[in-house]
Design a protein around this ligand. Structure first.
Ligand code: HEM
Length: 459
């Protein structure tokens, strides 16, 4: 799949290396920023036709777009490129300097701190909360009622991460506040990423005020949660207790701000991606009733009609393939950025220090060179006998390298438990107000997913 002067390599220096070619198109002055605003998905997917690594113009600046999966893996594993660039600069507005935005020694320390919470034995413990929350969500719906699945799974994902990793008290009231503030903040972040016109956002417009209020409420809520635990002086053996007990490089307890930023990072990362992925999965199943029936049949076969539990997951292989395929064809994470820390060479091309680099899991995972019938929802493409090397390489929903998502197994368990809890009880029929065009934000989601819940005894 690679084309250009060399295969997937990153080297420091190499002064003779040429710069990558420019991508075609772009508007006067704005350059490709215009394409990124108007049709970001189409633009990023179209770049693969220009080469494995191309330059794009964002106003007066050049940025670099990596289009080849092997080169993306090299980028993500190379110490020359760190978390930074437009996505992460914007995310800092929300999560400060937590594990997802820090770099170097601080990142390594923060990552070490959270990693134990995602060990296999801990996920088995967290699963009890996943099972309860999945059951509660499926039990709330009424036959024939309209369900906004985007809202439902977002709230459930917030509750799961808040209860399992942080043991948040007074969860009912707080989960509502967390969901509502996160929802508003996420809505405003993408605009701030693409149009980073700082003073504009200071104008007292209602949308700006809503964003600021939601951000303030989110931070206030997290302060409350942290203070409550600190004052209780109890060790709940969870991530929050681990953060409060942790020491930095100098052997000092973490500062208030770092505990705060880490907590926000986990809430944000734990809720948004899971909710977006599940929303797409439900939408795809509603569009493909035969697939919905197969999933249901597998669950019934494995559980014999009882509630699904964590121990069932190894046998729910088709359920897992449904989730993987939903993540491929409708990924939540569609754009990621990095920044070059040194003059370096990637794939034989020169990248200057300070350059912003972008890649799109959306474009890679829907590349016809990696997947036959690439736009089709086909969970069986992940059967061991069918999966091809090119497909495996292009499929990186959780990233790779030292920033690989620590929540990968946690979220696969969570999503499988939720799907397998809902599938035997409910089927969904799209309502006319449903709009499945992707809403472009920090993550991708259907614009509106309103479905009629059909209790299965009525089917
Ligand atoms: C479907 C669900 C999820 C998807 C698709 C997803 C995807 C990703 C991706 C692609 C990255 C790497 C970003 C990069 O390389 O720049 C990442 C990082 C991260 N994710 Fe996830 N994630 C999911 C769920 C979760 C959950 C449930 C948690 C925690 C409860 C979580 C916590 C994190 C954290 C803390 C990072 C930053 C890691 C670091 O920089 O060292 N994620 N995620």
């Amino acid at each position: 799949m690679t084309e250009g002067p060399s295969t997937a390599t990153a080297d420091r220096g190499a002064p003779g290396a040429p710069p990558p070619p420019w991508a075609g198109g772009g508007a006067p002055l704005l350059g490709h920023a215009w394409n990124l605003v108007r049709d970001p998905l189409g633009f990023l997917a179209g770049l693969r036709g220009s080469g494995e690594l191309v330059r794009i113009r964002l106003g007066p600046r050049a940025a670099y777009a990596v289009c080849d999966p092997a080169l993306v893996a090299t980028l993500l594993k190379s110490p020359d490129f760190v978390v930074g660039g437009p996505l992460w600069d914007t995310m800092e507005l929300l999560i400060g300097k937590g594990v997802a935005t820090s770099n170097g020694q601080v990142h390594r320390r923060q990552r070490r701190m959270i990693q134990p919470a995602f060990r296999a034995d801990r996920i088995a413990e967290h699963a009890a909360v996943m099972e309860q929350e999945a059951r509660a969500m499926a039990g709330r719906w009424r036959p024939g009622a309209a369900v906004d699945l985007g809202d439902e799974v977002f709230r459930t994902a917030v509750r799961i991460v808040a209860r399992s990793l942080l043991h948040v008290e007074s969860i009912d009231e707080r989960a509502e506040r967390l969901s509502s503030s996160l929802h508003t903040v996420f809505g405003g972040l993408y605009r701030r990423m693409v149009l980073s016109a700082g003073p504009f956002y200071k104008l007292p417009l209602p949308a700006h005020r809503r964003f600021e209020d939601a951000l303030a409420d989110l931070h206030c809520l997290v302060d409350e949660i942290v203070a409550e635990r600190r004052n209780s002086a109890t060790d709940r053996e969870d991530l929050l207790s681990a953060l409060l007990a942790a020491k930095d490089e100098n052997g000092e307890a973490l500062g208030e701000q770092e505990v705060h930023d880490q907590t926000v990072s986990l809430l944000v990362a734990g809720a948004e991606n899971v909710a977006s992925t599940l929303t797409w999965t439900f939408q795809l199943l509603a569009e493909h009733p035969a697939e919905e029936n197969r999933l249901r049949a597998e669950v019934r076969n494995v559980t014999g009609g009882r509630q699904v539990v964590f121990g069932d997951l190894p046998r729910l292989t088709h359920t897992r393939n449904v989730i993987t395929e939903a993540m491929r064809v409708r990924p939540a994470v569609w754009i990621l950025t990095r920044r070059a820390v040194a003059d370096s060479v990637l794939g034989g091309y020169r990248i200057p220090a300070g350059a912003d680099i972008v890649y799109s899991p959306y474009a890679m995972q829907r590349d016809p060179r990696a997947f036959v019938r690439h736009l089709e929802f086909d969970p069986d493409r992940w059967l061991p006998e069918r999966v091809a090397d090119a497909g495996r390489q292009a499929m990186m929903p959780f990233g790779t390298g030292n920033r690989k998502c620590p929540g990968d197994h946690f979220s696969m368990a969570e999503m499988a438990i939720i799907l397998a809890t809902v599938a035997p009880r409910w089927s969904f029929a799209p309502l006319p107000e449903t709009d499945t065009a992707p809403r472009i934000g920090i993550t991708l989601q259907p614009r509106r997913l309103r479905l009629r819940a059909v209790a299965l005894r009525d089917v």
